[in-house]
Ligand binder design. Structure first.
Ligand code: ATP
Ligand code: MG
Length: 583
């Protein structure tokens, strides 16, 4: 991937200057083509794109780029975008995938209205067109095995070898092709091939296979067919049948375009324009469905919607909002050069969205008990806390304060270094929305571990500053010991340890770069009680810890949270630089 340009995800670079782009579209070369076509009247002002997934896996963030591009262009130019399942390969396709794709595209916010199509519904028409090419002497039945076909295909430097069956008569071909369809021959015994040019410099033009024999049920067509169209034969025809204007696909199909053109021109049917763009690659992850399936089947993750997966369903479960994904797709733009986008840019878009909409709450991941010695036991004060400082209309909530509290273990150090401003023996800090507290004693267990802090509070500092003007250098989050809820929290790291998972020694495999610490389960965490009534999928900012999404694994009284993304933590950076760890 050396030739790839890197695009940084540094929020400072990616962010503010383009922030205004959210919602309005920056131009790109595809939109330029659409506008040009509209101005010349090439399609009579019609714009009809499509998103054509093969239902052989769940959608990933790369698909989101294609979805936002196709549906986005249709929306922008008052056109239409079809959702079409390119379901021509019965071996790998399943209804589960169809259902998940429908759910994901809808969740991303796009609408295909009544234009949900299936390539397999066009099998009869495709077959008739194949017969037409046979009759015209443009296609023939070949008895070579798949192996022999690929061996005789030649290479980039040498021409292919013509099949011994290439010059069968149209009558014989038609008879054989019909008998193929009728189920007379076993799998793999024959194919239908286009008769083009075995010496073409474009390997795709060397008599490509159009149909293969496969006695296998189709998820939609049942056992109706035992010959199935190859992708290259089917794809352009599907676009033609749906009268697509701009058939947008990824770069690797650029040199298939002459073949699609050839098929369509031989048949003399409606001819869409294919336009290729660069696929999305993201750091620290893999994107092909084959690999994602491998991760699922190899149990390296817990399923297609594991929150570490780059799938749409994984990101949804992780808590990424659809608005953030759409915004990300807009920001990365569209071009003709393969590049790798920094995962941090995606996280930046997620933070930016959640900062605006996620209600705040307090949670403590690794509790350290604090006893306020001068606070009456049994007393509960309901303190006012702001739900979202970015959104005054979100209002306030009550947070219970009691004599016994929990703070984050990391927020206390017995012997703090210079840059550590949080709680330490003899030091005073503010508890968010509550009081100034001062650590007056440290209780340890037999092993010397700090197990409890004894503090005092200043009643005069309730909800604000000290009347005498004295300052504290830190504000900590906390929860009441008795009034908080125990929760499980799942913290995630990248699925791979390297920015490019394919960066492996000669002969190695990307799986060697799997991050074995990509999931950390924190089982002692506690949150303030206000989240008790939240529904699965609800998002919160736990102050100072990041954004969290209530997972569907939650049970009554046993909430489970996924950390969606961390907050930018200046302290973590300082620590990293100083080479200390722990926060
Ligand atoms: P993969 O290679 O990840 O398995 P695919 O291309 O085989 O994906 P399809 O179901 O054929 O998956 O893809 C549907 C559409 O999504 C196609 O138009 C394809 O070009 C587009 N697409 C797939 N991956 C990406 C990507 N990484 N970036 C942008 N578009 C993509
Ligand atoms: Mg594909």
């Amino acid at each position: 991937m050396a030739k790839d340009e890197k695009r940084t995800g540094d929020p400072a670079e990616a962010g503010e200057s383009q922030a205004g782009a959210a919602g309005d579209h920056r131009g790109d070369f595809i939109r330029d083509i659409v506008e040009q076509d509209n101005s010349t009247g090439k399609w009579g002002g019609r714009v009809n794109t499509r998103f054509p997934p093969e239902p052989n896996g769940y959608l990933h963030i790369g698909h989101a780029k294609s979805i936002c591009l196709n549906f986005g262009i249709a929306k922008q130019y008052a056109g239409k975008c079809n959702l079409r399942f390119d379901d021509t390969n019965p071996a790998k396709e399943e209804q589960e995938y169809v259902d998940s794709i429908i759910e994901d595209v809808r969740w991303l916010g796009w609408d295909w209205e009544d234009r949900l199509y299936y390539g397999s519904d066009y099998f009869e028409q495709m077959y008739l067109w194949a017969e037409e090419l046979v009759k015209k002497g443009k296609a023939y039945v070949c008895d070579l095995s798949a192996d022999e076909v690929s061996r005789t295909r030649g290479s980039l430097t040498s021409p292919g070898k013509e099949s011994p069956h290439r010059n069968r008569s149209p009558e014989e071909n038609l008879d054989l092709f019909r008998r193929m369809r009728a189920g007379e021959f076993p799998d793999g015994s024959r194919t239908l091939r286009a008769k083009i040019d075995m010496a073409s410099p474009n390997l795709n033009m060397r008599d490509p296979v159009m149909y293969r024999i496969l006695h296998q049920e189709h998820h939609r067509q049942g056992d109706k067919w035992c010959v199935y169209p190859m992708y290259d034969w089917a794809h352009g025809l599907e676009d033609s049948i749906e009268r697509i204007t701009h058939s947008i696909c990824t770069l690797e199909f650029e040199n298939h375009r002459p073949l699609y053109d050839w098929f369509i021109d031989q048949l003399g049917i409606y001819h869409p324009q294919q336009i290729e763009f660069a696929r999305l690659n993201l750091t620290y992850t893999v994107m092909s469905k084959r690999r994602l399936l491998e991760l699922v089947q190899g149990r390296h993750v817990q399923g297609w919607d594991d929150p570490r997966m780059p799938t749409i369903s994984g990101m949804r479960r992780r808590g990424f909002p659809p608005e953030a994904i759409r915004n990300f797709c807009e920001r990365i733009g569209v071009n003709k050069f393969n590049s790798t986008v920094d995962y941090a840019l995606l996280e930046f878009c997620v933070r930016e969205r959640l900062n605006r909409v996620a209600p705040r709450a307090m949670a403590v991941l690794r509790p350290l008990k604090v006893v306020i010695e001068n606070y009456p036991s049994g007393q509960i004060e309901q303190l006012d806390a702001v739900n979202n400082p970015e959104d005054p209309s979100a209002g306030t909530r009550k947070v219970p304060f009691t004599r016994e509290l929990y703070i984050e273990r990391d927020d206390f150090m017995e012997d703090p270094p210079k840059q550590f401003f949080r709680l330490a023996p003899g030091r005073e800090v503010r508890l968010r929305y509550a009081y100034f507290v001062k650590c007056v004693n440290v209780v340890k267990d037999a092993g010397g571990q700090v197990v409890e802090l004894r503090c005092t509070y200043d009643p005069a500092t309730r909800g604000g500053d000290a009347p005498d003007g004295r300052k504290v250098k830190a504000t900590l989050h906390w929860v009441s010991a008795a009034e908080s809820l125990p929760v499980q929290v799942r913290l995630y790291d990248h699925l791979f340890t390297k920015t490019d998972p394919d960066d492996v020694p000669e002969g190695g495999n990307y799986l060697a770069n799997l991050n074995l610490n990509s999931l950390e389960i924190v089982s002692q965490a506690r949150t303030e009680p206000s989240i008790a009534s939240a529904a699965a999928g609800s998002l919160f900012q736990f102050e100072r810890l990041g954004y969290f999404c209530l997972d569907r694994d939650s049970k009554p009284g046993k909430p489970v949270f996924n950390r969606t993304v961390t907050l930018k933590d200046a302290w973590a950076k300082v620590q990293k630089k100083a080479g200390t760890s722990g926060a």
